[in-house]
Structure formats: structure tokens, C-alpha cells
Design a protein around this ligand. Structure first.
Ligand code: F6P
Length: 320
């Protein structure tokens, strides 16, 4: 393994820069050349490669986003796009590629693997929706951002005696909502994996008020079928309460990564290069407990992301 490349793909996530830094520095330490590919698979198709040195990843560890930029590449979904990308990897004589991204990026990497490219995948997404790893890079920062928002919103909800719906991201996965909701003491946590029971929801809000609660914080993960607006209107209609809606949006995808995300990203980036150095076949690298683990890509793609049932039970008990 002489020359490797690294790219970030899909939605950006805090800690991607820490992963890039770990890949670049470990590769140079091991005597390899390393290229950064700009804008994910888009840059792979266009040949947007540049050599990286130790200094090029200085001062990025604490920064959110990704210095390599990212994209959701439509072109890479086509045969023609992938053929161009493969040709670029040959032109630049790349022996191994590190892909940092979510589920879609890993499917893309699996296509490259089929064509004979050695790819190491690192899970980079705030959603924590990749079944083969306990945590993805960016998740911890995102839930801490949501937590800080819950604290602020609670102050004003309580002062005005309001019910507030806080909409969080996560696509079809409820992990951001569940973790931030438990840690933030939300009165209700609505996630796509659990069917919505409007009667139970309104009952619980009213029971809380009847025993002296000044406010209700409802976390609604974006994958929940009923939109925040429709949910708010329904609660207001059924309870007569004033309902406000706060959509956190991209605020939870940016920001300086937490220590946990920096550590995870650094460990995963290091492992990716060590595996490339050992001439390993393509792998998806993740964390299980406190151990860094690596699976064949096809196996990793089979794992389904599942909610922690003990956490669900905990949320139920603590929010009575
Ligand atoms: O995958 C990360 C994520 O932020 C999801 O939580 C969200 O559904 C999606 O990306 C938003 O995508 P976009 O950046 O294309 O708006």
C-alpha cells in the first residue's frame, strides 16, 4: 500500500475533520502518500484530488463540517459515473480509499469494492443509524447540541406555561430524539420506531399540568409520520393548550465536535490506515463497547440499526 485517498460523503457530521486528520497523519507516519478527494464521490468522478501533508490537517481537529467538503452524488449512482470514478482512481494510482460517511456512502463504497478497489468505510453521520457500529461519528456532538437547545427552550416554555414541540433530525432513526430526550428530561419523546398514540400523548400532557407542571417539552424525531405542524395543531385542538414548534434543523449538524466524537474519529481513522497497511480487504470500521471493530462491507450492510430497548423503557419510566 503506497498511495491512499480519503473522502467525506453525504451529510456532514462533527468529527469528520478529526477522522481526516487521523487518516492523513497515520498514513504519512507509515510512509504512505495520501490524497484528499474534494466533495465526496463528485470529486472522485471529476478527479478533484490533491496531495495532503501533515500541515494540511493542522488546526482542523476542533472544527465541525468537513474541510474536504461533501456531497450527495447523483452521478455516482449511475454506472457511467462510477466508471469515471474508477478511471480516476487508476489515473492517480490510488491503492486504497477511505470513505467517511453514512449508509448511502457505504453502499457506494460497496460498488467500488465490487470493481476491485480496496475501501475502508468510517461511519460519519449524526443519525447513528448504522447497525454494525454502536456509535457513528457526529452523533454525540449532535445530541449535546440538542440538549443545550432543550435547556434553553425549557426556560421559556416554563415561563410562559407552554407546550413546545422540538423537532430533531435523524431521518428514519429515533436515536437522536431518544438519547437527547432522556438526557434532557423531555416529557414526551416521539420517534419513528414507536407508533404515535395521540390520546396517550394528550392525556400525559394534561395529567402533568393537573399535578402542577408549568410546561411540556415534546421531542419529535423528523421521521415520525405526523408532521410537527399537524401534531401541534392536534394537541392544541384536543387540550386547548398553547403549542409552539421549534425545528432545530442544521444547527444540530454543525459545531465543534465533543471529546467523544474526536476520540472515536481519531481511533477509527487510525484503524483504517493500519488495515490498509496490512493489505486487508475492504472493511467497515466501527465501535462495539469500547473496542474498535472491522467487518466485511457486505456483512456490515446487513446489520439493521435497532433502538436500545432498555433506553426506551428508561424513557417511559422517567417521563411519568
Ligand atoms: O443524515 C444526516 C441528516 O442530517 C438527516 O438527519 C436528515 O434527514 C438529512 O441529513 C438532511 O439532509 P440534507 O442535508 O440533504 O438536507
Amino acid at each position: 500500500m503506497r498511495r491512499i485517498a480519503v473522502l467525506t460523503s453525504g451529510g456532514d457530521a462533527p468529527g469528520m475533520n478529526a477522522a481526516i486528520r487521523a487518516v492523513v497523519r497515520t498514513a504519512i507516519y507509515e510512509g504512505m502518500e495520501v490524497y484528499g478527494v474534494e466533495r465526496g464521490y463528485e470529486g472522485l468522478i471529476d478527479g478533484d484530488f490533491h496531495e495532503m501533508d501533515v500541515a494540511s490537517v493542522g488546526g482542523i481537529l476542533h472544527r465541525g463540517g468537513t474541510v474536504l467538503r461533501t456531497a450527495r452524488s447523483e452521478r455516482f449512482m449511475t454506472e457511467a459515473g462510477r466508471t469515471k470514478a474508477l478511471a480516476m482512481l487508476e489515473t492517480f494510482e490510488i491503492d486504497g480509499l477511505v470513505v467517511i460517511g453514512g449508509d448511502g456512502s457505504m453502499h457506494g463504497a460497496a460498488e467500488l469494492e465490487k470493481a476491485g478497489v480496496t475501501v475502508m468505510c468510517l461511519p460519519g453521520t449524526i443519525d447513528n443509524d448504522m447497525g454494525y457500529t454502536d456509535y457513528t461519528i457526529g452523533f454525540d456532538t449532535a445530541i449535546n447540541t440538542v440538549l443545550s437547545a432543550i435547556g434553553n427552550i425549557r426556560d421559556t416554555s416554563s415561563s410562559h406555561e407552554r407546550t413546545t414541540i422540538i423537532e430533531v433530525m435523524g431521518r428514519n432513526c429515533g436515536d437522536i430524539g431518544l438519547h437527547a430526550g432522556v438526557a434532557g428530561g423531555a416529557e414526551q419523546i416521539l420517534i419513528p420506531e414507536i407508533p404515535l398514540d395521540l390520546n396517550a400523548l394528550c392525556r400525559k400532557i394534561l395529567q402533568g399540568i393537573n399535578r402542577g407542571k408549568k410546561h411540556s417539552i415534546i421531542i419529535r424525531a423528523e421521521g415520525v409520520e405526523l408532521s410537527s405542524e399537524a401534531l401541534g395543531a392536534e394537541i392544541a385542538k384536543r387540550t386547548g393548550l398553547e403549542v409552539k414548534i421549534v425545528v432545530l434543523g442544521y444547527i444540530q449538524r454543525g459545531g465543534s465536535p465533543t471529546a467523544r466524537d474526536r476520540m472515536l474519529a481519531s481511533r477509527l481513522g487510525y484503524k483504517a490506515v493500519e488495515l490498509l497497511k496490512a493489505n486487508s480487504t475492504s472493511k467497515a470500521i466501527g465501535i462495539s463497547g469500547d473496542e474498535i471493530v472491522a467487518y466485511d462491507l457486505s456483512d456490515a450492510l446487513e446489520y439493521k440499526s435497532e433502538l436500545d430497548p432498555t433506553l426506551l423503557a428508561l424513557a417511559e419510566v422517567l417521563s411519568i
